[in-house]
Design a protein around this ligand. Structure first.
Ligand code: FAD
Length: 463
């Protein structure tokens, strides 16, 4: 891609309302990166369009001058997808935060791409409905960003991924054309489903500017239990007990002792009684039905697979318990974590967990490990924390060596090297483990149709 000269930038500034293109250092740093901290942000400028038309004008300008674009949402991504480290123009959706409306009859929310997931959830609640895509940074992550990453979260077990909830969308693709894929009916068999290609495309095909998502009826009553568990075998036995409750299981989340300690420190809270803070593992089960969590914890105690249990049916106290799980990510953030997000079939977990412990013991560089995730769907987040004294490049190289062992194990178990965070910059070196040469050729072919000049987030997912 060419570096645009200053007259090109003046032309862009003239295309957008006053103040919609910024180059001050603070904005460049804030909008030039996501939650990953392994690349130095170095954007050309940050553009803040407010409509689909303004976004299309930016893309056509970029195509004319061969300027690379980085679509940017809430910048909570964990794969470096929204990082502009190479002189790209960041196209931020923060000004595109208008709620277009909710249709309770269709159970559909429609909004601009920059609406936060918290806003979607709050709007749904006003109609007695819910949007089930849910995880920690709901007040920052955006509708467009979560669609572009096909985000998962804590309720995938019951409700599925973002892909399952997108009813329609509008996008400006790399050619500068607007695709209006907003027909939000359930039955719509009219050839290839182009919106599905944009879901999970990490900004490499186009910029999603508006979207409709389906809403669900919330569960009538829920209950929650936190179990303290001493061994990986017991963890899996407790998960197996939970599965007996079928679709009543809303979430099954786990974390290790290091995650418990860090999160409690972050929240400035004592260990929850009676489970305490000394167990090797913790397992949080959320269920539909007031009594199910209690029955589950009793069954686990009777089976001797859990050491102790805390059951919460009160909504506020249950929310406080959820915070321990949801704040683990924030609690590790100051330690420049190298994140690994993998999944294996649930049936492979009994073989996978002990093998993972062996693998993580290899090639370590003195970093601390924190492991947590969505055990119910076989999705583990393995985080290596950077030792203070270790330079960032050495830490990244050491972490990559751990990756190699983990990916080898994951692929042998029939799993995926990226469960929900995407490929971005962080995993493109390993994409060929998951994609055959014909698949890679097909991905590149699709990109060239949507983005003939390669201006959409180049260097992300693949080169
Ligand atoms: C504490 C924490 C916990 C998390 N937990 C989970 C979890 O449980 N499950 C999970 O799936 N993820 C999780 N994530 C990561 C997750 O991918 C992001 O939080 C979210 O999906 C990204 O949304 P965003 O708006 O912040 O997008 P960004 O980070 O801004 O962007 C992500 C990618 O999408 C592209 N993009 C953004 N907006 C658009 C758009 N409008 N059109 C086209 N492309 C666009 C960007 O170029 C980039 O490639 C977590 C992150 C954090 C920080």
């Amino acid at each position: 891609m060419d570096a645009p000269d200053s007259s090109h930038l003046s032309e862009l500034i003239a295309l957008l309302p006053p103040g919609a293109v910024r180059t001050d250092a603070e904005t460049m740093l804030e909008f030039g990166r996501d939650w990953t901290r392994l690349h130095e942000p170095r954007p050309l400028a940050i553009a803040f369009p407010a409509s689909t038309e303004q976004t299309a004008a930016v893309v056509r300008w970029a195509r004319a001058h061969k300027v690379a674009l980085v679509p940017s949402g809430g910048r909570t991504g964990l794969s470096g997808g929204a990082v502009a480290h190479n002189g790209q123009l960041v196209v931020s959706m923060v000004r595109m935060n208008r709620v277009i409306g909710v249709s309770p009859a269709d159970r559909v929310f429609r909004g601009q791409a920059g609406v936060t997931i918290k806003t979607v959830q709050d709007e749904a609640k006003r109609y007695g409905l819910m949007y089930p895509i849910d995880f920690a940074p709901t007040d920052t992550m955006q509708l467009g960003g979560t669609i572009a990453t096909n985000a998962g979260g804590v309720h995938v077990l019951r409700y599925g991924m973002t892909r399952d909830w997108v009813a329609g969308l509008t996008a400006v693709i790399g050619s500068g054309e607007v695709l209006d894929l907003s027909v939000a009916v359930r039955k719509n068999n009219v050839g290839y489903d182009l919106k599905q290609l944009l879901i999970g495309s990490e900004g490499t095909l186009g910029i999603i500017t508006e979207a409709s998502v389906r809403l669900a009826a919330p569960p009538s009553e829920t209950s929650l239990a936190l179990l303290a568990v001493h061994t990986a075998d017991d963890l899996l036995a407790c998960a197996e007990q939970a599965r007996r409750y079928g679709s009543a299981v809303l979430a099954l989340e786990f974390w290790d002792n290091a995650g418990m300690t860090l999160s409690l420190g972050y929240l400035k809270r004592p260990p929850p009684s009676p489970v305490g803070g000394d167990s090797r593992w913790y397992l949080l089960g959320e269920f539909e039905g007031r009594d199910v969590a209690r029955l589950w914890s009793l069954a686990c105690q009777a089976d001797r697979c859990c050491a102790s249990a805390l059951v919460e049916a009160d909504e506020e106290r249950a929310k406080a318990l959820w915070q321990i799980r949801l704040k683990i990510g924030s609690s590790v953030a100051p330690y420049t974590p190298y994140k690994n997000d993998i999944s294996v079939p649930v049936s492979a977990l009994p073989a996978f967990l002990p093998a993972l412990a062996d693998v993580l013991g290899k090639d370590r560089a003195g970093e601390r490990l924190v492991v947590w995730g969505h055990l119910g769907d076989g999705n583990l987040h393995i985080n290596c924390l950077k030792p203070d004294a270790m330079p960032l490049p050495d830490f990244a190289a050491a972490s990559r060596r751990v990756d190699d062992h983990v990916y080898d194990l994951v692929t042998r178990c029939g799993g995926s090297i990226s469960a929900e965070h995407g490929i971005g910059l962080m995993k493109k070196h390993a994409l060929s483990l998951m994609r055959s040469p014909p698949e890679l050729a097909a991905l590149r072919g699709i990109k060239s149709v949507f983005d003939p000049d390669g201006i959409m987030n180049p260097g992300k997912i693949f080169d």
